[in-house]
Design a protein around this ligand. Structure first.
Ligand code: SF4
Length: 283
């Protein structure tokens, strides 16, 4: 099945390979963008070279996972995700991906069973999550524990990733690390094309003149990384967002927004702040 025009809808730190392949490779990135370890890059390349449809890195348990869901449901050929690298003890994105497949999200769009700080998929409809869970038949879990350095561990070994990817597109079932894998054909429903950025770029209609800065902060906070890492000097992303709304902070104080996966969020935030300044003198 040919994916729709515009596929994959979300940008990110991934390589696009064979669109007709049934497998995507997801390598957990457990460091900052500017210090990506060579062994993780090798895993991404092993996936791409072996014929994965998408092979890339996942850093966060919220926006990062939302983008993965969008890109997967936009290509019904994708039926497996190979999860590898080592878990990031800060974000727990690997555990959150597994919990998402297993349990889905609750009424507040929080991933059920995830122990991450903010496993909240607020920017995508629940229908996308449901479709993702049905379309992906298995997340092949090769994830290593946080801090693992042994590159011969299965989840850090490019040869094992190569074997995992190959197993997913065999015509006859193959048993790989306890999983039965084969190319079962595309999911029998049309692609769903959903782009998070289109929503993020909407003007800040939720906050009108006279409404509280807290309300504006809540809207802005939805676009922040949600890690509460405190690098901006505030205890939470919401506190930073409220200061943004008050004109007491600037986007440059959040270094996480400089990471590739937040490019669209950063643009949207800048647009909203500019709009707020025009409308209210200061936002
Ligand atoms: S620097 Fe501040 S706004 Fe940015 S992710 Fe960390 S806590 Fe959130």
């Amino acid at each position: 099945m040919k994916p729709p025009d515009g596929y994959p809808p979300e940008e990110g730190r991934y390589v696009r390979g064979n669109d007709y392949s049934p497998v995507a490779v997801c390598v957990i990135l457990d460091t900052f963008d500017f210090a990506i370890p060579f062994e993780l890059t090798q895993l991404v390349m092993a996936g791409a070279d072996t014929g994965a449809a998408l092979s890339g890195m996942l850093q966060t348990e919220n926006i990062g996972l939302e983008k993965i869901v969008c890109n997967i449901v936009a290509n019904p050929n994708l039926r497996y995700v190979v999860l590898c690298g080592r878990e990031s003890s800060g974000h727990l994105p690997g555990e959150s991906l597994l919990a998402l497949k297993l349990n889905g999200v609750d009424d507040g769009k929080r991933i059920i069973g995830s122990k991450a700080l903010t496993p909240q998929l607020s920017n995508i409809p629940v229908e996308l999550v449901d479709r993702f869970r049905k379309q992906i038949v298995n997340v092949v879990n090769l994830l290593c524990r946080p801090g693992e350095r042994d590159v011969k561990s299965p989840g850090l070994d490019p040869e094992v990733i190569t074997e995992a990817v190959k197993s997913c597109y065999q015509e006859a079932p193959v048993v790989f690390q306890g999983y039965t894998l084969y190319d079962m054909g595309a999911y029998p429903e049309p692609a769903i094309f959903h782009k998070i950025a289109s929503k993020l770029a909407q003007p800040l209609q939720a906050v009108e003149p006279g409404k509280s800065k807290m309300g504006a902060g809540l809207v802005l906070s939805r676009l922040l990384p949600g890690t509460n890492c405190r690098e901006c000097g505030r205890k939470t992303c919401l506190a930073f967002a409220i200061d943004l709304a008050r004109g007491k902070a600037c986007l440059e104080r959040c270094p996480i927004l400089d990471e590739a996966e937040f490019t669209e969020n950063r643009k949207a935030l800048a647009g909203l702040l500019e709009q707020g300044t025009k409308d209210h003198g200061k936002y």
